[in-house]
Each structure stands twice: as structure tokens, then as C-alpha cells.
Design a protein around this ligand. Structure first.
Ligand SMILES: Nc1ncnc2c1ncn2[C@@H]1O[C@H](COP(=O)(O)OP(=O)(O)OP(=O)(O)O)[C@@H](O)[C@H]1O
Ligand SMILES: [Mg+2]
Length: 271
């Protein structure tokens, strides 16, 4: 058994644990194969890899949208399966921002963000989409936090790419999440805006003891913000690295030097 694959290492500090997890979209190919990882509560975890390597699939396993064909997943010690009552109860505390952002184009910024509060409404409020005043106040507070004050009543389709991402983050924060899953939220942005968005999430993390799990294309950005970076290649987790002091450390095997890690990454990005 490898260092990371034993559940004897379980501690209350681990909010996500995956042990030898495999999944596929069809009967022939694995989209992910034997993924083992664990994520500490309150940290920022990044997932990096080439297109098609399985990054989005990994997030879908963490929010119960997909279930594994093999292995064990625990999200706060609960199996992320829509048929599991315990998971259904905690689902709304997982803020998921899909690669496509999932905003409703023809409604306003405020209404998009209020969607995050829907699970807290009673049946009648929910049916009439009648949000209590305190939820509207909370939405406006979050709008200011993400720098969208003045744009509350603008329709989502009228926003810039960076603004749309801020709305998606605000909607997720409105859920009062313990886990934030964000799929390439800064990938298509210029460096300045990307950093603004990353700082916004880092700030929210400090305020809310949030665990952020973010898929990135840019390894440098991932290393700058994340405590740990998992590198996925063709459905396998080939590295788990992080910065300690001014060097890159291999947390997966403990054997690799910073130079060897960068060589593997450079080879991976060339292909
Ligand atoms: N709905 C689907 N049906 C069948 N195969 C799929 C589906 N979604 C993804 N796949 C396949 O699963 C593998 C992993 O896809 P995934 O979307 O997780 O990759 P990714 O790393 O997020 O890529 P990208 O960086 O392009 O977003 C790919 O081979 C992809 O073609
Ligand atoms: Mg993807």
C-alpha cells in the first residue's frame, strides 16, 4: 500500500479524501484511474493538467455529479452520492462553479447571486422566488465584496468575462459554502484580472474557513495560490507538489527534486 492510500491516516482535518478512485463515461475508457488524494480543511488545492486529462471529471466526483466505478470518496466523511440522504443535506454547502460558469443570461446580477440562497428558502418562498430582506442584504454585501456594486441590475449577458466570473463566485459564496469547487475560473482572463479574482477567493477563504479546490491551466498561478497542486495526466495523478520556502516540494513520493518536477511539467506542457 502506498503512503497516501491508507485510510488509517484519516483525521478530522481532512475535508476531502479519495482512495484509488476510478471513473469512466463509457465502458471502454477510464476518464480517471486510481486517484488518491486528501485535502486539508481551509486550504487551497489546485488541479492542473492538459486538456482532456480529467480535471473537470475530478471536480464532478467531488460534488456528486458523477459517482466512481471503483475506490472510495469521502467529502467531510460522507459519500458524495445524490442517493445518499446525508450528502443531499450537505450538498448546498458545496459551491460549484462549472467551466461554463452556469449563469442565467437573461436575469440580473442580483437574481443570479440570489440563486445561491435558494436552498435556505421555505417551499412557498422558493415557489414564488420570494427572497427575504436579509438575503437581499446579504447578496448586496457579497456584490460589494466581489467588486460589482452598481451592476446589481445588469443582465448577466451584458457583463464582461471577468465580471461574469465575479458573479459566479458571488453566487457560490451566497451558498455559505464550506467547499468551493471552481473549474478554470481564471483561465481565459488577463493576468491582472486573474490575480484580482484569485485574491478575491483567497480573501473569502480567510473570512469563511473555506476549502477551495480550483482547476487551473497555469502552473505558476496554481503554485502561487495553492497549498498543494495535483498534476493530472491522462486520468492519473502523476504529481502532488507545493511551494515551501522558495523551493517546489514533491509531496507525492517525497523523492523528486524541484528540477525533476519542473522537467516533468515542461515535458507535459510541450505535448
Ligand atoms: N460527457 C462526457 N462523455 C464522454 N466522455 C467525456 C465526457 N466528458 C468528458 N469526457 C472525456 O473524459 C476525459 C476527461 O475529460 P475532462 O472534461 O475531465 O477533461 P479536462 O481535464 O477537464 O479537460 P479541459 O482542460 O479541456 O477542460 C476526456 O477524455 C473527455 O473526452
Ligand atoms: Mg475541464
Amino acid at each position: 500500500m502506498t503512503k497516501n492510500s491508507s485510510f488509517s491516516l484519516i483525521s478530522t482535518n481532512k475535508i476531502i479524501q479519495m482512495n484509488d478512485v476510478s471513473t469512466s463515461y463509457d465502458s471502454k475508457n477510464f476518464a480517471l484511474e486510481k486517484i488518491t488524494l486528501s485535502i486539508d480543511r481551509g486550504t487551497n488545492y489546485a488541479i492542473v493538467g492538459q486538456s482532456g486529462s480529467g480535471k473537470s471529471t475530478l471536480l464532478k466526483l467531488m460534488n456528486g455529479m458523477m459517482i466512481p466505478n471503483g475506490g472510495i470518496i469521502k467529502i467531510d466523511y460522507v459519500s458524495p452520492d445524490m442517493n445518499n440522504k446525508k450528502f443531499k443535506k450537505m450538498m448546498h454547502t458545496i459551491g460549484y462553479i462549472p467551466q461554463s460558469l452556469g449563469l442565467i443570461k437573461n436575469i440580473t446580477v442580483l437574481d443570479n447571486i440570489l440563486i445561491g440562497a435558494l436552498p435556505r428558502l421555505n417551499k412557498i418562498q422558493s415557489f414564488f422566488k420570494k427572497f427575504p430582506e436579509h438575503e437581499i442584504i446579504e447578496a448586496k454585501r457579497i456584490i460589494s465584496l466581489v467588486g460589482l456594486t452598481g451592476k446589481e441590475n445588469r443582465k448577466a449577458y451584458m457583463l464582461s468575462g471577468g465580471e461574469k466570473r465575479r458573479v459566479a463566485i458571488a453566487r457560490a459564496l451566497m451558498q455559505k459554502p464550506t467547499i468551493l469547487l471552481a473549474d478554470e475560473i481564471v483561465s481565459e482572463l488577463d493576468q491582472v484580472t486573474a490575480k484580482e479574482i484569485m485574491n478575491l477567493i483567497a480573501d473569502a477563504q480567510k473570512r469563511m474557513n473555506l476549502t477551495a479546490i480550483m482547476v487551473h491551466h497555469d502552473m505558476q498561478l496554481a503554485l502561487e495560490y495553492a497549498n498543494r497542486v495535483a498534476v493530472i495526466k491522462e486520468g492519473h495523478k502523476i504529481l502532488e507538489i507545493g511551494v515551501e520556502g522558495d523551493t517546489i516540494v514533491d509531496f507525492q513520493t517525497g523523492d523528486m527534486t524541484a528540477e525533476e518536477i519542473m522537467e516533468i511539467h515542461a515535458d507535459d506542457t510541450k505535448k
